[in-house]
Design a protein. Sequence first.
Length: 196
Amino acid sequence: MATVRRKKASKKDFILLRASAMFREKGFSATSMRDLAEMVGIEAASLYNHIQSKSEILQEIIFRMTNDCNVHLEELESSNLSSIKKIESLIRFHVQMMISKCDDYTVMINEWMHLSEPYLTNFNIQRHQYVVKMERIVADGFQQKEMKGISPYVAVLTILSSVRGLEFWHRSAQKITPQEIEDNMVNLLISGLKKN
């Protein structure tokens, strides 16, 4: 029995992986269960043995990513790192997520509005709390004289928008390594925040 569950779980993971790529490429609304079944290589009716609906797939992808982000931020909040080091860690984390889990991350930032209730409200609350916590780290950095007097909201918006732009790097022909991207983004964004 355990073997059957493991196979079913791995099939579900495979479905989620393919769905994430399709949602990123075509968008949630333009992707049908039939398209997904074709991509996975099974009959559309067979998808429902592994997943209940397209909405459930979206929820799993988005909340898996949301959970990863929240866990990382909570660990940082409870650490003894300086504010500037916390922000650096957040930048690195988001860059790494966009590079290593590009499909899932892109679905989270571009397709969340297609969540059904109560998941949409839950996501919006978590997203707002996440941004507020990041803003608090920037504000603490200013109070501790580690960072310039920049609006915490603008700082967080700039960081998250910069990471979001990495979606285009994945599609470009630029010959730059993921590590170079991460290091350059950290240097650029931290130098804009760090007090001289």
